[in-house]
Design a protein around this ligand. Sequence first.
Ligand code: G1P
Ligand code: ZN
Length: 543
Amino acid sequence: MNTKVVSSQAFNDQKPGTSGLRKKVTDFQKPHYLENFVQSIFDSLNIPKNATLTLGGDGRYYNREAIQIIIKMAAANGFKRVLVGQAGILSTPAASCIIRKYKTFGGIILSASHNPGGIDGDFGIKYNTENGGPAPEKITEAIFEKSKNIQSYNIIEAPDVALDVIGETDLFGMKVQVIDAVADYAELMESLFDFNAIKDLLASGFRMKFDAMHAVTGPYAQEIFINQLGAPPDSIMNCVPLPDFGGGHPDPNLTYADELVDILYGENAPDFGAASDGDGDRNMILGKGFFVTPSDSLALIAANAKMVKGYTKGIAGVARSMPTSGAVDMVAKSLDIPCFETPTGWKFFGNLMDADQVTLCGEESFGTGSSHVREKDGLWAVLFWLNILAIKRQSVEQIVKRHWLQFGRNVYSRHDYEDLSLDAAKGIIDHLRNHFTSLSGQSFGRYTIKSCDDFSYTDPIDGSISAQQGLRILFNDGSRIVFRLSGTGTSGATLRIYLEAFEPDSNKHHLDAQVALAEMIQIALQISELKQRTGRDKPTVIT
Ligand code: G1P
Ligand code: ZN
């Protein structure tokens, strides 16, 4: 085999975050940059003989080039087989499904999730382990350590492998198997949901609109919604994946999925709307003129799980990230099942799912999922909703409002301040942390602060401790404000402020969240000295 050992200077200065390494495309294009990181991944693992690697990405700019490099490096590093999605495509949940189904030795996923793509956009890479989930911290730490000191990498000299046709190529003894990117995932979805019931719903005049935001879920939506469930072709939009996502920001929220939002809030709106992000793991759910917060969506899915084919036996437990609202806690209480509060980031759910402690989990950041894979799963959430709608035959708004009647409403919103200077953002966190004692007991109109803390999590399965995971300002009536710095941004610092107020009074359930949270918002601004410290007077994104 023509293995080359290439001398390379290490220059990775960025610790992989909860979702792997994310950088500008132009950083990844620098000579040896991607290669150094991939070799650091391989050097951090004990790769067994006959190991198979799953490989695919969200199709963003540089996806194809990176796939070719990684295939050649896998061959030089002793892998026996690579399973690669056709055209180099695999959504993140589909990659997790493939790793689990074919029991491969983990996988490499190329994606910067919802970050913009294109030559001036972002690129990303992450390693998922054999359980199909993101690598735990001890592996990402090891990768980072290696990447700081690496001096060379192994790659074979070979022509590029054809990726567009399903089939197998031999690359100096390593098999490169190009697989259908959609089929295994679609089969898994069919095993979990009642496709016949959803088909009936879609044939009954019920109208839906799914927005793939020109990202990876396009081909998945075409196959599942149109080909298998018989939805009319205009039920999906922006379903041709583009390397720059059509210039958009493929993040399914009220700001960036505005094209879909306008349709659902416009004249002659369809009954149901949904969108997914760059790599297909996030979801946004909309009804006619109605937005379902991701925290409510998780609670609702949990409350109705038993009526859905794959979950009829009931759910073992639920988990939510700390900043996610407590709506699902109410459901867990009524079902008498455990509810775990974890730090932000999907990887914290993996251990709980592997130990069968939880079946469903979610984050306020438009991520919902279950133990069917080890990633959050956008289309899975959309199908879950369709299945519930097919059974209940009520509108999305009715379903949510009836849920609130039963469980109370956790009014919720997140305000993001993007692209702040790191000093200003850290300054806010330090300022709050230093004032925990004096804040406790302070009253602001009807709200009194009960306590403040810095969220720390001890993993109940492996005992590992994750400290400083966000500041919690807890009020007497159960309302809260959480302050946290983003770990995924690639330019400047992003401060996230999470606002939550519990509202048992159904006469106030019609209120818009921003109106219902107005006082909390003022308190957050006042105690953080946000305006003085950043010069900003409004958030960049409100979700
Ligand atoms: C964000 C979300 C978080 C999610 C992560 C990866 O991270 O807030 O819930 O797990 O993206 O999709 P953050 O930028 O807040 O660190
Ligand atoms: Zn994503």
